[in-house]
Design a protein around this ligand. Structure first.
Ligand code: RAM
Length: 330
């Protein structure tokens, strides 16, 4: 009897230790996007290694309103940290600040919340490089000549908007003087809307030579539209694409090459960053280093806008020579 009571007391004392297990929630741009399913996989991998709970949430459509409702609910649920790929960098600040005021750690990844609304940002790769490389890829495909268009995600999304600014910078260089950016359209990271926007471009610009789509949803939808309209070989395509979704188009030449980074690693690293903030391993200041399991260490740097970030790595180009190595991975 006494032993049982003592045992029970010990168990009760031990209980808070289990109750303290952290819960990290990943909030992504929208449901049904395989890019974010890959991020989720990396987050779950890190959570298993760290022994923490991991929740994945996505609004039905990629809107700031949908994300705000989800974050409000997560605050009420008292999660310990939120990882967010934002649909709008400014519209989310009030709600993520509310979370921060309640002691929740906020780590933006992929598409940033403005610095005031986050502790840290995980940047996938140098923004300038990502923007410039897509223009360079397309230019090679069309011999540096002709009308081109951009089919982006939503007009409020920080990652695509920053990359597009760098595309415009690249296009100012003399080697592109015979290329003209005629239009930027937005498919909102929705498959059907992106497809319809691609058809709209074909109709509006009969001389169009190439399209850059800096979104995995947009580039796959555009490739399908090009094939459906029998325009393979007439309109070149590049952008940021998942090897799994682009393999058939890369193999048959509809899209010679796309760039991307590893979205599994993106989820993995952001989860480690949030955990390091929670345990106090880092305070989230410039110059600190974060330990990231199988990926070694990364340093926190300060950007020109005063934001603090960690950079994942460099973009990688997928083409017919390497696509077979990647299409089953993500
Ligand atoms: C889409 C999303 C995501 C972006 C990729 C390239 O899946 O817009 O934010 O990083 O494309």
């Amino acid at each position: 009897m006494v032993v049982a009571v003592v045992l029970l007391a010990c168990l009760m004392m031990a209980a808070p230790v289990f109750a303290q297990k952290y819960t990290i929630a990943m909030v992504v741009k929208g449901a049904g996007n395989p890019f974010f399913e890959a991020c989720r996989k990396g987050g779950e991998e890190a959570a298993a290694e760290l022994g923490i709970n991991f929740i994945f949430q996505a609004p039905e459509t990629p809107t700031a309103e949908g994300q705000i409702a989800i974050i409000d609910a997560l605050i009420a649920q008292r999660v310990d940290a939120i990882l967010i790929s934002a649909n709008d960098p400014d519209a989310l600040v009030p709600v993520t600040r509310r979370a921060m005021d309640r002691g929740i750690k906020v780590v933006a990844f992929d598409s940033a919340v403005a610095p005031a609304g986050r502790h840290l940002f995980l940047n996938q790769a140098d923004m300038e490089l990502i923007g410039r490389i897509q223009v360079q890829l397309l230019a090679e495909m069309i011999d540096f000549q002709g009308e081109i268009a951009i089919l982006s995600a939503a007009s409020t999304m920080a990652n695509q908007n920053t990359w597009i600014e760098w595309m415009k910078e690249e296009l100012k260089l003399p080697q592109y003087e015979n290329m003209k950016l005629v239009s930027i359209v937005y498919g909102d990271d929705l498959r059907e809307k992106s497809y319809t926007e691609a058809l709209g471009l074909f109709r509006a610009y009969p001389n169009l030579r190439g399209i850059i789509s800096p979104t995995t949803v947009g580039v796959a939808a555009t490739a399908r539209a090009i094939e459906d309209q029998g325009l393979s070989g007439k309109i070149a395509l590049t952008g940021l694409g998942l090897p799994s979704e682009m393999a058939e188009y890369i193999r048959n030449g509809t899209c010679e090459a796309v760039a991307l980074w590893n979205p599994i690693d993106l989820g993995y690293v952001s989860t480690y960053m949030a955990h390091a903030l929670l345990t106090g391993e880092i305070k989230g200041a410039a110059g600190e280093t974060v330990k990231i399991g199988r990926m070694g260490e990364r340093e926190i740097i300060q950007t020109a806008d005063g934001g603090l970030e960690v950079v994942l790595g460099a973009p990688f180009v997928f083409d017919k020579d390497n696509i077979d190595d990647w299409y089953l991975v993500y």
